[in-house]
Design a binder for this molecule. Structure first.
Ligand code: ACO
Length: 221
């Protein structure tokens, strides 16, 4: 049941959107849709973070720098925007204090009896370890379980990716199993752990849970 879907409003529910801010040790974290004018910032950060991203990201064709040249962004951006308009994806930029600091994507949005999607993310290495990804995932979870109308979110993580597993656990995702030789990453078929979260497991909102745990605040509090 994937593909084009609109709510009763006649639009993809939850898109376009701007989420947050919430306050972390790094500053104010917000999520917004990708923009055509992100080309240079996206390119600079992706090239700078090549070594920290390659071990965890799907294998791509061709040289990293060429794939992440600013000229590669318009076609990628148009694919992402098309999927967003069709209701199958939420391609979001993570901003810290108004500056592009990473990306968070909700993909393969399925409707009907599943109401499920996957979540993936990356954060600039200069910004890590200060709660940015956790805040971004919590904002996205609340959006998906609220306006977007999903029931379940899934995340697949390599067993060695301790930081990503920590992010998911902090927001409430639970480990469901091991997917053997699941995805082609860094030119090899890598096992992945399957994490998931359903609406029943959230008490209040994911952001509330992190506020109660002392991991986030709201601006002005
Ligand atoms: N062992 C154990 N815990 C670790 C380690 C480690 N080696 N490294 C970091 N952590 C913990 C941190 O201590 C922190 O937990 P804490 O708040 O309890 O101390 C947690 O991991 C990280 O939380 P955040 O600060 O919210 O996350 P951050 O903003 O640093 O971003 C991310 C984490 C997204 C994984 C970043 O490191 C990154 O972009 N990595 C490269 C790309 C990547 O791996 N993306 C995720 C792929 S899997 C997926 O998308 C579902």
């Amino acid at each position: 049941m994937s593909g084009r879907w609109w709510g009763s409003s006649g639009r993809h529910p939850g898109w376009p959107t701007r989420l947050g801010p919430v306050v972390t040790a790094a500053g104010q974290v917000t999520l917004r849709g990708v923009r055509l004018r992100d080309a240079r910032t996206w390119s600079a950060l992706r090239i700078k973070n090549q070594n920290t991203l390659i071990p965890w990201e799907p294998t791509g064709h061709g040289d990293w720098r060429a794939r992440h040249h600013p000229s590669a962004w318009p076609s990628l951006h148009s694919v992402l925007r098309r999927e967003a308009t069709a209701g199958t994806m939420l391609p979001l930029v993570i901003e810290v204090n108004g500056t592009f600091a990473g990306q968070l994507t909700i993909g393969n949005i399925q409707r009907g009896a599943l109401r499920n999607a996957w979540i993936g993310y990356w954060v600039d290495a200069d910004m890590t370890g200060r709660g940015v990804a956790t805040a971004a995932v919590a904002l996205a979870v609340d959006h998906c379980f609220g306006p977007v109308g999903l029931h379940r979110l899934e995340a697949t993580v390599q067993p060695a990716n301790a930081a990503s597993k920590a992010v998911l656990r902090k927001v409430g995702f639970r480990q469901e199993g091991l997917l053997e030789r699941y995805m082609d990453i860094d030119s090899g078929w890598r096992d992945h752990l399957l994490f998931a979260l359903t609406t029943e497991e959230i008490v209040g909102t994911a952001v509330d849970t992190l506020i109660r745990a002392g991991r986030l605040t709201l601006p002005g509090r």
